[in-house]
Design a protein around this ligand. Structure first.
Ligand code: ZEM
Length: 288
């Protein structure tokens, strides 16, 4: 009888189908909770997945999405993470419904779900992150500073193990969402469809005239035509730097190439520093 008991209460091993259920629940909540920003929590979920992962340091092997240490101060209070509580709180009911999933897996899966539901590319994903405690929090300063240029971008993303092409592709996520004065101090969206994943960020970078915005906030650019869009100094660095600009031009011209190269780089980002047991990745079904 001991055997039978062990079988009945043995550890729950989730399957792809179980993770698809988590995906579906996040997708459902994205539709249900539309009273936020431009009508979607999608962009801030993408930013949560990115900031959870982008702390990775390839030399020491520390940081990354394994551990989900942004649950704790001091990491939750790092300036770069201002506002991400909205994303973490949005996902809390999902964790209550599926308590077997680690926060690291939940946050990265939510980033994948948000991108796919906002009409972006498929992002193959695999589970395996384990939550760690406050001692694993990373030091402040590992995420990029928007007031800086190409050298800083190369230093920060180089530390994670990315090359120029991947850095530019990843920054294309700025087709989503907006900046908030009460978070980063910056203000406004990058394009006219902040809840749809497109290559518009690159197209606008190349096609529009960007001038310093005249205001009391931090130095940022505004488009000369409508004065409703914005670019960060770090965004403009992508067209000021010759090597970066090559990729900006490629992505501005060809949305398919951008989608493919973004997906590859985002898969890599979400997996930095995670000791996976399986090679198999899941491609989740997007909702209708
Ligand atoms: Zn962002 N990002 N980012 N980014 N980001 C903001 C917003 C968003 C930088 C940055 O300083 C800022 C990547 C790269 C870089 C998103 C995704 C990704 C904001 C505005 C700033 C200041 C925050 C606010 O006020 O709410 C810098 C300097 C970057 C590199 C040089 C990469 C890589 C991303 C994902 C792959 C997203 C989706 C947002 C919008 C968030 C929202 O709440 O709407």
């Amino acid at each position: 009888s001991g055997d039978i008991t062990a079988k009945a209460t043995g550890p729950f091993v989730p399957t792809q189908e179980d993770y698809q259920k988590v995906y579906n629940e996040i997708a459902r909540l994205l539709v249900e909770k539309d009273d936020y920003d431009d009508g979607s929590y999608g962009p801030v979920l993408v930013r949560l997945a990115w900031h959870a992962s982008g702390t990775y340091d390839k030399e020491s092997g520390t940081g990354g999405s394994n551990g989900a240490t942004m649950r704790f101060a001091p990491e939750s209070d790092h300036g770069a993470n201002a506002g991400l509580k909205h994303a973490r709180d949005f996902l809390e009911p999902v964790h209550e419904k599926f308590p077997w999933i680690s926060y690291g897996d939940l946050w990265t899966l939510a980033g994948v779900c948000a991108i796919q539901e906002m009409q972006g590319p498929a992002i193959p994903w695999r589970p395996g992150r384990q939550d760690r405690d406050v001692a694993a929090c990373t030091p402040d300063g590992r995420l990029p500073d928007a007031s800086k240029g190409q050298d800083h971008i190369r230093a920060i993303f180089g530390r994670m193990g990315f090359d120029d092409r991947e850095m530019v592709a990843l920054c294309g996520a700025h087709s989503l969402g907006r900046a908030h004065t009460d978070r980063s101090g910056y203000d406004g969206p990058w394009d006219f469809s902040p809840t749809v994943f497109t290559n518009e960020f690159f197209r606008l970078l190349v096609d529009e005239k960007w001038a310093w915005r005249k205001w009391n906030g931090p130095a940022q650019y505004t488009d000369s035509k409508t004065k409703t869009l914005m670019m960060l100094p770090s965004d403009l660095a992508l067209v000021k730097d010759k090597e970066f600009k090559k990729h900006v031009d490629r992505y501005a011209k060809d949305s398919e190439v951008f989608f493919k190269e973004f997906s590859d780089a985002f898969v890599k980002l979400l997996e930095l520093g995670v000791p996976f047991k399986s090679e198999d990745r899941y491609v989740f079904k997007t909702s209708e």
